[in-house]
Ligand binder design. Sequence first.
Ligand SMILES: [Zn+2]
Length: 245
Amino acid sequence: MTAFIADFAGAIVVEAAKYGYSSSNNPKEFCLHTPEEAPDDYPATPYYFHNLTDRNASTHYFVSFLGFVFQMVPESEGAYANVREMGERYSWEDTTNLNLQTLNIEIEGYAHSIHNTMPRGSPQWVALIRLIADRCKALGFPVERTFGHKAVSPRRSDPGQLRLDWIVYDVNLILNPDVPIKEEDMPLNEEDKQWIRDAIQYWVGFKLDEEHGEIQQLVVNATENEFNQLLDKIDSLREHLGDGE
Ligand SMILES: [Zn+2]
């Protein structure tokens, strides 16, 4: 039995047991979460919320590791997903319950590793981008407001190091295909930084830690544009050293 019609046409409906307030939801933004569920071929979270009896918890959407989208709560209803426990209110946020101002998305995986298990361009990433783009367009709020659960709660770490800036960027590529989007300098994550350190060390034999602290600082603090310049330098060094393919 289908409990309600999915708001997102691509979603599989598995209704949560616990949701809803005396007033309806007025979503103005997305709050992103990880459910601390292994990223694999079994989407456990929708069924966990469906069968829940002993506590109040739910979410609107779940994006599986394989790229399937589930909807558990209608967008017109508040999910039991987040509470503002710290920080200043956002400019779009009023004094009512944050659950009555947000759509919540659980992304299969763990807070500590979601940035590795859902790389940009993976099926799960693409499914998330398409979901957010579709709902931003339908509901008329800007993707730039997207925030992670940890931004409003000191007790939460989800969704870890997930790159919200890249999510915003990729959603805008869908919503504004004709508008050239200015690519801003974005800070590198730790994995990218380590990769560039390893690459430099490999190609030119620099001992970054001891002898080239200055270069290391450059790498550590590199923005995306600077990172690309470093890649170009490595390429030309490679050619200069006569390295074969
Ligand atoms: Zn959360």
